[in-house]
Design a protein around this ligand. Structure first.
Ligand SMILES: CCCC/N=C1\SC[C@@H]2[C@H](O)[C@H](O)[C@@H](O)CN12
Length: 639
């Protein structure tokens, strides 16, 4: 039967992964991947192997572009890719798992396999990655004071349930089982986390061994300090390090050697660029520096993964945030100044890297696939649909929850996007009266209107008080925006909404009506275009202030090419195109000024529906512009 299967395999290469699973089922594969502690290298099928890898996140690329990016990585000379699995991307609702469409992990692994790329898989359960809550699902926060990334029993139960599903799914894809996954990372830079909980890491190690077997190469990755390596490593998990172009390579690898005296040198995250927060200058890393340091590491025989090789986009609400001295949300683009741009275009940095790799291994012959075509579709003028307060029947069909004091997003069981908090003025405010969040409880931005008139905003860490006026009984509407949960450090328990009471003058505001807003559900269902009577008259002349929805259509022109949406003179908000949530825009803060719109998202035959939620104020022209190039580095002048 073995020979029959091998023959079948031989004549049916294109069904390779299917046949390999057959071989796996009969235990007939002879692939092996292991660590040679004598010769300090990996062994693949018994032969020394050095991986030259690049990070790519399928969760940040529409699946119709996965193959395009993978082929470009292969043509650069990479022999492996490194892939995170974001837990919250696949289990947004506890116990309901989604591996379809843009979440079809096995399809992504199969495309990598077809392209000749091995895989270094990083299933977390925490992944950092500038991704919402570092990949942890927000429903974990249902348990007040849960200690994430620890042996907290509720956290461990949820982790065990998730990993039982995920690790069982990936087992046939292990290289030793006939697939292409050569190594698997446990947790992520655990040494940089305050808990330093060995029982947690031991529990994970036990789970990974239970589901993946004794022969799988499991590893950890930590930042380049002794403290991080001390808390992030564990006996039985091969310790690797991460560092960028400004680190002394000898010093970094000697630190790895203190924890792994024998075995391959590994830089699991060699930073080719860096991330952007709203308000930063756009981060760039010199291409020549990247290629030079890469060459030095490869010459040492080190295994290197370039973080990122293809960054992609934080579509929807998936961006994370940092919180060092203050809350700093990450921008929508994850271009990362990576060798492949956000739109998958080969850059000078990619060509410089390819020239280095040529010195160490044969790279595939043939042309580098070109950048995908881009098109400047030009201007589209939008129309106002309405203020949020006029759309509550559509956006919050089940109506409000009444509560004496504010409830968080998590208490309301809405984890992402926007929530409307409504109350009434307790007395006349003839003079501007301070509205304050004394405990810095605005998570993350609150847009305040009285009787539908926008009066200003509050912002976590930076704007804790504003003045309002009005009369007793006036309606106070506070739209709260979740700008993405912290993904690194001790503040990842990032609850959202109004986390504490608001004080107006000397009164505590009470008796709230809290409206969950299912904007994505309404838009997916065809709103606002299904309710044409809601459209206001033709565009108004004076700029419209405060949170409101606008819509328009980009007429088809027979092309569905990549494009970049610029909302010039708009302030801040969210964009949907043909029902897909494209992410956040904030040109008033920058540095990102355009949103990447993948071409296959557009229709070539019917009008493309654009819906915008502008949070602060729309320009009088109500125009948006589709360009043929991105603008990622224009930081607005400090206001
Ligand atoms: C100084 C803070 C270092 C935090 N680690 C970072 S910032 C960019 C990258 C990604 O988040 C990646 O997911 C982390 O593992 C390492 N890293």
């Amino acid at each position: 039967s073995f020979h029959v299967i091998v023959f079948f395999l031989f004549i049916n290469k294109k069904h390779k992964s299917c046949c390999y699973r057959c071989l796996f089922l009969c235990g007939c594969t002879d692939e092996s991947f292991s660590i040679d502690y004598k010769n300090n290298c990996f062994l693949k099928d018994g032969k020394p192997f050095q991986y030259i890898s690049g990070s790519i996140h399928y969760s940040r690329i529409p699946q119709y572009y996965w193959k395009d990016r993978l082929v470009k990585m292969y043509m650069t000379g990479l022999n492996a890719i490194q892939v995170y699995v974001p837990w919250n991307f696949h289990e947004a609702v506890q116990g309901i798992y989604n591996f379809t469409g843009d979440r079809d992990l096995e399809h992504f692994l199969d495309l990598a396999n077809q392209t000749g790329l091995l895989v270094i898989l990083r299933p977390g359960p925490y992944i950092c990655a500038e991704w919402e809550m570092g990949g942890l699902p927000a429903w974990l926060l249902q348990k007040p004071n849960i200690i994430l990334r620890s042996a907290d029993t509720d956290y461990l139960q949820a982790v065990s349930n998730w990993l039982a599903v995920l690790l069982s799914k990936i087992k046939p894809w292990l290289y030793i089982n006939g697939g292409n996954i050569i190594t698997v990372q446990v947790e992520n830079e655990y040494g940089s986390y305050y808990a330093c909980d060995y029982n947690y890491m031991r529990h994970l190690w036990t789970l990974f061994r239970l589901f993946l077997g004794e022969d799988m190469v499991l590893f950890t990755t930590d930042g380049n300090t002794d403290r991080e390596m001390r808390c992030g490593t564990l006996e039985g998990l091969y310790a690797t390090v991460d560092f960028g172009t400004d680190t002394n390579i000898t010093e970094a690898f000697s630190r790895q050697r203190r924890f792994e005296p024998r075995g391959p040198l590994v830089n699991s995250e060699f930073y080719t660029g860096w991330l952007d927060h709203w308000g930063d200058q756009h981060a760039v890393v010199d291409a020549q520096k990247v290629s030079r340091v890469l060459g030095e590491m490869l010459a040492m025989g080190a295994n290197v993964n370039m973080y990122m090789f293809e960054g992609g986009t934080n579509f929807g609400y998936w961006n994370g945030a940092d919180h060092d001295t203050r809350f700093r949300p990450v921008v929508t683009s994850y271009d990362y100044d990576a060798p492949l741009s956000e739109a998958g275009d080969p850059t000078e940095k990619l060509l410089a890297i390819r020239d280095v790799i040529k010195q160490f291994r044969d790279i595939p012959s043939g042309p580098m696939p070109p950048a995908t075509p881009k098109f400047a579709y030009g201007f589209v003028t939008l129309r106002k649909v309405g203020n949020i307060s006029s759309l509550l029947n559509t956006l919050s069909p089940l109506g409000p929850v009444r509560s004496q004091y504010p409830l968080t997003f998590e208490e309301m069981k809405q984890y992402y996007g926007y929530m409307l908090y409504r109350t009434t003025l307790p007395r006349d405010l003839s003079e501007p009266t301070p509205l304050i969040s004394p405990l810095n409880g605005i998570h993350d931005r609150a847009y305040v209107s009285v009787n539908g008139v926008f009066q200003g905003l509050l912002e976590r860490d930076t704007a804790l008080v504003m003045n309002i006026t009005g009369q007793q009984g006036d309606t106070v509407d506070i739209l709260v925006e979740n700008m993405g949960r912290v993904n690194f450090g001790s503040k990842i328990n990032d609850y959202k909404g109004l986390l504490s009471n608001l004080i107006l003058g000397r009164d505590v505001l009470t008796d709230w009506k809290i409206y969950p807003l299912d904007i994505d559900g309404a838009i997916t269902g065809g709103w606002p275009h299904s309710d044409s009577e809601q459209f206001f008259p033709p565009p108004h002349k004076e700029p419209s202030v405060g949170p409101a929805f606008y819509t328009g259509t980009l007429q088809p022109n027979g092309l569905a090419w990549d494009t970049f949406l610029k909302l010039y003179e708009w302030k801040k908000g969210q964009v949907w195109i043909n029902g897909v949530n494209m992410g956040r825009y904030w040109p008033a803060r920058g540095p990102q000024q355009t949103l990447y719109v993948p071409g296959p998202l557009l229709s070539t035959t019917v009008p493309n529906v654009i819906t915008v939620l502008e949070l602060e104020g729309a320009p009088a022209h109500l125009r948006v512009l589709f360009m043929d190039r991105p603008q990622l580095s224009a930081t607005a002048p400090k206001s």
